[in-house]
Design a protein around this ligand. Sequence first.
Ligand code: NAD
Length: 469
Amino acid sequence: MSHTSFFKQVNLHFDRAAQLTQYEPGLLEQIKSCNSVYHFSFPLKRDDGSIEVIHAWRAEHSHHKLPVKGGIRYAMTVNEDEVMALAALMTYKCAIVDVPFGGAKGGVKISKHKYSQAELERITRRYTYELVRKHFIGPGEDVPAPDYGTGPQEMAWIVDTYTALTNNLLDAMGCVTGKPVTQGGIRGRTEATGRGVFFGIREACSITEDMQKLGLPTGLEGKTVVVQGLGNVGYHAAKFLQEGGARLVGLLEYEGGIYNPDGLDLEAVMQHRRETGKILGFPGAKDVPNPKGLELPCDILVPAALENQITEQNMARIQAKIIAEAANGPVTSAANEYLREKGVLIIPDIYLNAGGVTVSYFEWLKNLSHVRFGRMQKRFEEKAQRQILSAIEKLTNRKLNEEEVEQLAHGPNEEDLVNSGLEDTMVNSYHELREIMRRHQDRIDLRTAAFVDAIHKVARSYMELGIFP
Ligand code: NAD
């Protein structure tokens, strides 16, 4: 395990990229600094009547754009350094995918499985109350979202608590994203990060020149994949990769991993886990102890659990040719350098897992506009397409059957629009990063290109404010 703190690791990447820009040191220092950190503790009355002190944080890394945005993590690894690092990654991530937010992150230091549902609700509502008191939450100030250990349920408690405590009822729904659809959420948000990871990997694999350098054929079809972490991000990434033609050969969870070079059926593994409580012992697969699963032979390794997974300890044994960082910070700075020199293609977290915040942005827009995407144009577009088809039928003297008409004249609904906006964002951003690499004669990796991109965009924002003329 590396001893460099997570926030320092992020800043090492930042400094490497900053050298390739011409900004004055003060501006770079401002971009890099974490603007505000709120550490608080509060008592939790447990179901048995005992009292426990809970520690929690919210870090707002950059206010160059408002609101700031970033998930809330429930894990025992949570500490000040971690939330600051994750908040910094959010600033850069939002800039890369042109989401107009600053970066933030929150965390509660708990092991979620030790608490009942009622206790988790009390923790979440009290956490929200503390954020409200210090103006660390609000649709125009700071908008949390799910992260490791949290999901739609926690987001529903947050919006309900915020709504009860605010006078700004019109926009209250926009105080948090990743909510259930019935509570102001948007269709496609749950899958968004994993779907974005899929789009990013697919795009990388579609570039023949880059695949040739790795000795791999172009495209996703048949590529072998190992995924670490079958939570929200890992499960959905694995699902879309499998549907896209890749072969899942290794799946790794908390309790250990399973390997089958002929492929694993994701849904059957998930069913086995529901029935037995673990993925181990899956029929036809070999059990692999943690953390050896990361070293399994594969074309694409997708770490989707937590940070600091690929380190100086195991970097020499990694066999993957592509590392797709679905989690935040899974490869340490030292391991990144080693693997880069070895020729491994690392698709960096600040680009690859930005699908979540992209669709969170769509959800926030929906909340502020109070209208579901597609509501006004769906039928109109369908009618217009039907008219075009009927004109074509007349011209060609060929009558389309109802099934063909249904397929061709389809007005987009909310989910279609969300997924299309997400795909567009991930595809365009990948090419923007590749273009930056090309401008540097391919001497820099994708991560450095991503940091260069983010630094330029945040710097421009500060300069346009006139703070650094
Ligand atoms: P999650 O809590 O839904 O799932 C995490 C999974 O990882 C769990 O199933 C857990 O058991 C497993 N896990 C934990 N330690 C492991 C280990 N050592 N080996 C194998 N598996 C292990 O969390 P998530 O929301 O999927 O987040 C995962 C990562 O993705 C985090 O780094 C998070 O910051 C990042 N991320 C999440 C989102 C999002 O929208 N949820 C967005 C961007 C980035």
